[in-house]
Design a binder for this molecule. Structure first.
Ligand SMILES: O=C(O)CCC(=O)C(=O)O
Ligand SMILES: [Fe+2]
Length: 354
């Protein structure tokens, strides 16, 4: 692992506001030391087992809905991850979102630099993320498009013009799909379909757009290090390159991209709400010889109107036989911990375990 002095030196050298893509464009053959991970973090994935794929067609018909709810219950409880197909969002919306993000990253560098920043002060920022706070950097550039739990939704005029229209359209569809998924997840917990929705779960949504350039030494780096998502639910769109892996029974498994699908994963907050009936699992993204890989996760983590609300396991799920596994906390306390800690630190969920 790189020494702290090497990290400081390397990250200053690297921090040209051109991001990881800037390194690739400069034609580097060896990746800087700040990206090199210890060998034990780079163990490979098992093949031939897929995370569940759930087909949402005919969701309104009684018997099929029961089956879908059952599939969601198993996937959320055993894997914490699943993919959904036939979700009703037109392919053109997904393609335009991806294209907008590609255009943003591949536009003239001087224009891109105007959006550069990592202090969280603006709704829309582009950077190599936690470059200065983590021991090892991820092989990716990230555009933050909104952090609605920290304030109001961003004014579309704050968004980069190349992806503004596509992002506004995309967010509308994400909110609709999230409503459907929260209904299914509520039913899978044995609750009324509107239970999670009426708690405000689908209110705030934050978008990140990751751009993972091709890497000259992918065997040494990660696109995004092992972590679980701190929020309630994540819906993720990825292009065809692949690299997302989930940890299941102590082994890494690939989440192979299926055209037109969304990856859905349970966040730490939903694991808490469900009192561990649903699992929030660790995942990571490998670096790859080919690229760019583009992904757009949309995180549902509550919004600014809920910051003073108490969160904890849902009362209806608690009984003598199923005692609470977490203590209650204020959402604002939790989110402050999530925002201030780098991905490899102690996650906020660990503070509330009983
Ligand atoms: O790019 C991906 O597939 C995963 C991104 C991710 O895990 C995250 O942003 O939390
Ligand atoms: Fe994640």
């Amino acid at each position: 692992m790189a020494s702290q002095t090497a990290i400081d030196h390397d990250s200053k050298e690297f921090d040209t506001k051109a991001g990881v893509k800037g390194l690739v464009d400069a034609g580097i053959l060896n990746i800087p030391e700040i990206f090199v991970r210890p060998a034990e973090e780079l163990n490979s994935a098992k093949k031939n087992i897929e995370v569940p794929i759930i087909d949402l067609s005919d969701i309104g018909s009684g018997n099929r809905r029961k089956e879908i709810v059952n599939e969601v219950r198993i996937a959320a409880g055993k894997w914490g991850f699943f993919q959904v197909i036939n979700h009703g969002i037109p392919l053109s919306v997904l393609d335009e979102m991806m294209e907008g993000i590609r255009l943003f990253n591949e536009q003239d560098l001087e224009l891109k630099k105007e959006m550069h920043g990592r202090d969280g002060a603006k709704h829309v920022q582009f950077s190599s993320f936690d470059l200065h706070t983590s021991e090892t950097a991820d092989w990716r550039d990230t555009l933050t498009l909104s952090l609605s739990h920290l304030g109001s939704d961003p004014d579309p005029s704050e968004m980069p013009s190349v992806c503004r229209r596509s992002t506004v359209e995309y967010i509308k569809h994400m909110k609709r799909l999230a409503k459907t998924l929260f209904e299914l997840l509520s039913e899978a917990l044995g609750l009324r379909p509107d239970h999670l929705g009426s708690m405000g779960c689908c209110r705030g949504c934050s978008i990140l757009a990751h751009y993972y350039p091709a890497c000259p030494q992918p065997e040494l780096a990660l696109g995004i290090r092992k972590h679980s998502d701190a929020g309630i639910l994540t819906l993720l769109l990825q292009n065809h390159i692949g690299g997302l892996q989930v940890l299941h029974n102590g082994q890494w498994f690939d989440v192979n991209p299926a055209r037109g699908s969304f990856v859905v994963n349970i966040g730490d907050l939903l694991q808490i709400l469900s009192n561990d009936k649903f699992k929030s699992v660790k995942h990571r993204v490998t670096a790859n010889h080919v690229g760019p890989r583009i992904s757009v996760p949309c995180f549902f983590s509550g919004d600014s109107s809920q910051l003073d609300e108490a969160f904890g396991p849902i009362k209806e799920l608690i009984s003598e036989a199923n005692l609470p596994r977490y203590k209650e906390f204020l959402l604002k306390e939790y989110l402050a911990k999530a925002v201030s800690s780098p991905l490899d630190d102690k996650p906020p969920i660990d503070y509330y375990k009983l």
